[in-house]
Design a protein around this ligand. Sequence first.
Ligand code: FES
Length: 54
Amino acid sequence: MTETSCCAGLCRTCKVRYLQGAVEHNDCIMSDEEKTVLTACVSRAPGKLLVLDL
Ligand code: FES
């Protein structure tokens, strides 16, 4: 594991803002206030739609 690409929801390198849809935030470091973004390496979309702000 490197500090810049952990693939474990720790470093936030892969964070991306999302615009619509539900998210399972499987990281263990972001507070509820920070969860306007998701960590793509571990977060999942439980529904059929998740719109990312790329
Ligand atoms: S790669 Fe580290 S949080 Fe996703």
